[in-house]
Write a protein that binds this ligand. Structure first.
Ligand SMILES: Cc1cc2nc3c(=O)[nH]c(=O)nc-3n(C[C@H](O)[C@H](O)[C@H](O)COP(=O)(O)OP(=O)(O)OC[C@H]3O[C@@H](n4cnc5c(N)ncnc54)[C@H](O)[C@@H]3O)c2cc1C
Length: 468
C-alpha cells in the first residue's frame, strides 16, 4: 500500500490550488475524470473542445488573492485580457461592462438612467476595493484558535465597513436608486445571479458590491480553455487522473483510501468533492453525520455547448436578459462565452461556445428517460432560439447540453454554485477544517463560496492550517 502525507480528492479550482501550493510535499491529487478542473475543466466532443462551466478568470492583479496565490506557487497563467468584460443585452438595450468606470457610467446613464447612478456605482466599486484590501480574511471552526482568528477577522471587517456590513442590498437599492425601473433591477439581478447565485433580495450590501463590481476588475480569457490553465497550474503536482476515490476509512492516526485502481495510506485528506456528496465516501458514522448536517443547496446549472462559425468578430462574453424565465430554469438570463478567434485549441474551424443559466437540481430528478430528454430539449431549444435572435449571422454546427444530472455523472455534483453567504447563514457555512483531525474540505461548497476568488479565499485559510 502506497503511503502518502496528503491525499487531495478532486482537481477543481480548490483541489488544484491547494495541491500546487503543497507540491513539494508527499502529496497525490486524485481526479476521477481524465479532464482536470471539475466545473473549470475543458473537454472534447465531436473533435472540438469546450469549457465545461467556468470561462471568466478574474483576480490576476496586484493585491488580489488570486495573484498572490499564483505568485506563491510560482505560476504565470496563459491569459488574455477581455477589453469588454461582458456585453449585457436586454431587448434593444446594450451595455458594456468595462473596467473603465467613467466609460461604464456614461453607457449606464444612457441605458438605465437614474440621477444617483454615480453615487450607487461609486459606492459599489469602493466597497469592493476596500474588501480586497482587507488582509487575512479568515473563517474557520472547531478549535479555540480558529474561533479566535475568525473573531479577529470579523472585527477587522467591522472596523473597515461598520454599518454597511449589516445593511441589506435591497434597502440600499431602495434608498439610493429609488423608483428604479424593472429593466434596471433585472439587469442588476442578472449580474448578481452569475457572480453570487442569487438576487438583491437575499444578500447584504457588501455581497452585492462584490458581485456587481466583478467586471470592474480585469476579466481574463484563459487561452486554450480553463482546463489548460488548471493543467498548467498542476504541472509540478503528482496527479492521478481517471482514478476515483471510492471510500475512505478513518483509522486512529491515518486514513485508508480505496480508489478504482489502488489502496493508499494517507496522513491527511483534503476533500474537493462537494460537501453534499462527501458523506458517501465514509463508513464512519460520525463523519457521515457531519457531512449530512449541511442542508443541500439545490442550485444548479443548465449549460448549452455550441460549435459555430461566424464571419463577424465576437466578444468573449455576453449576457442576454429576457422578459420571462427560461423553461425549467430559475433565471430570465443566460451567459454566453465565445472562444477567442486566436485560440488554437478552442477555435479550430470555428468558435467554441459555452452558454449557461441557472436551474434547480430537483427539476431534473425523478423523471423517466423520455421526460428528461423532452425537458432538456425544451430548455436547449428555447436558449438556442433566443441566442439566434441576437446572433443571426452565426452558423451553428453542433449543439448539445448539460443538466445537473450531467454534472453529477461527470464530476459527482448535482449542485453547481455555492450558497451566497450572509450573516444569517455564516455559522452554518462549512469551513475548511472539520471536527475530525487531519480531514479538510476545499472548494465552492465551503467558505468563501464560488468562482476563482471565492474558492481561493477558502484555499488561503486551508493553506494557513496546513503550514501552522
Ligand atoms: C456553468 C458554470 C459557469 C461558471 N462560470 C464561472 C466563471 O466564468 N468564472 C468563475 O470564476 N467561476 C465560474 N463558475 C464557478 C466555478 O466554476 C466553481 O465555483 C469552481 O470551479 C468550483 O471549484 P471546486 O474547487 O469546488 O471544484 P469542482 O469544480 O466541484 O471539482 C471537484 C472535482 O472533484 C472531482 N471528484 C469528486 N469526487 C471525487 C472522487 N470521489 N474521486 C476523485 N475525484 C473526485 C470531480 O470529478 C471534480 O473534478 C461557474 C460554474 C458553473 C457551474
Amino acid at each position: 500500500m502506497q503511503e502518502i502525507d496528503i491525499a487531495v480528492i478532486g482537481s477543481g479550482i480548490g483541489g488544484s490550488l491547494i495541491s500546487a501550493l503543497h507540491s513539494d510535499k508527499n502529496l497525490i491529487l486524485f481526479e476521477k475524470e481524465n479532464n482536470l478542473g471539475g466545473c473549470a475543466s475543458t473537454f472534447s466532443r465531436y473533435n472540438h473542445s469546450f469549457n465545461a462551466g467556468a470561462t471568466t478568470f478574474v483576480g490576476y492583479e496586484e493585491g488580489h488573492i488570486i495573484k498572490k496565490l499564483f505568485d506563491d506557487i510560482g505560476f504565470i497563467p496563459d491569459i488574455k485580457k477581455s477589453d469588454i468584460a461582458i456585453r449585457s443585452m436586454q431587448k434593444e438595450k446594450q451595455l458594456d461592462r468595462t473596467s473603465n468606470f467613467e466609460e461604464f457610467l456614461t453607457q449606464l446613464d444612457r441605458v438605465y438612467p437614474h440621477e444617483n447612478n454615480r453615487v450607487f456605482w461609486s459606492a459599489i466599486k469602493e466597497l469592493d476595493e476596500r474588501f480586497w484590501r482587507v488582509k487575512n480574511i479568515y473563517y474557520n471552526k472547531y478549535s479555540l484558535r480558529a474561533y479566535l482568528h475568525s473573531f479577529l477577522s470579523l472585527c477587522s471587517l467591522i472596523k473597515e465597513f461598520k454599518f454597511s456590513l449589516l445593511k441589506s442590498a435591497s434597502s440600499y437599492i431602495k434608498e439610493v436608486l429609488y423608483d428604479i425601473s424593472d429593466a434596471y433591477l433585472a439587469f442588476i439581478d442578472a449580474q448578481l445571479l452569475i457572480t453570487l447565485q442569487t438576487n438583491h433580495k437575499e444578500i447584504p450590501l457588501l455581497s452585492m458590491a462584490l458581485g456587481l463590481a466583478y467586471p470592474f476588475h480585469t476579466v481574463y480569457y484563459p487561452n486554450r480553455g480553463m482546463g489548460d490553465l488548471i493543467e498548467s497550474l498542476l504541472k509540478n503536482v503528482h496527479v492521478k487522473k481517471d482514478e476515483e476515490v471510492l471510500s475512505i476509512k478513518k483509522e486512529k492516526s491515518h486514513f485508508i483510501l480505496h480508489t478504482t485502481k489502488n489502496h493508499y495510506k494517507a496522513n491527511k485528506v483534503i476533500l474537493n468533492s462537494s460537501i453534499y456528496e462527501s458523506a458517501k465516501l465514509f463508513e464512519d458514522k460520525a463523519i457521515q453525520r457531519y457531512y449530512q448536517s449541511f442542508s443541500f443547496s439545490d442550485q444548479s446549472a443548465f449549460v448549452v455547448y455550441l460549435h459555430v462559425r461566424s464571419e463577424k468578430e465576437l466578444l468573449h462574453h455576453y449576457q442576454i436578459i429576457l422578459d420571462s424565465i427560461i423553461p425549467h430554469a430559475i433565471s430570465n438570463s443566460f451567459f454566453i462565452s465565445f472562444s477567442d478567434e486566436s485560440d488554437d485549441k478552442l477555435s479550430q474551424d470555428g468558435y467554441s461556445v459555452t452558454i449557461s443559466t441557472h436551474t434547480k437540481a430537483r427539476f431534473w430528478e425523478d423523471l423517466t428517460k423520455e421526460q428528461y430528454k423532452e425537458k432538456k430539449a425544451q430548455t436547449q431549444e428555447f436558449i438556442l432560439e433566443e441566442f439566434m435572435k441576437k446572433f443571426p449571422h452565426v452558423k451553428v454546427e453542433k449543439v448539445f447540453s448539460a443538466t445537473s444530472k450531467t454534472f453529477a455523472r461527470y464530476i459527482k455534483r448535482s449542485n453547481c454554485g455555492g450558497k451566497a453567504m450572509s450573516f444569517k447563514n455564516l455559522l452554518q457555512t462549512p469551513t475548511c477544517t472539520t471536527p475530525f483531525k487531519n480531514l479538510y474540505n476545499v472548494g465552492d461548497t465551503i467558505f468563501a463560496g464560488q468562482g476563482w476568488p471565492g474558492v481561493a479565499l477558502g484555499v488561503q485559510v486551508l493553506h494557513q492550517e496546513l503550514v501552522e
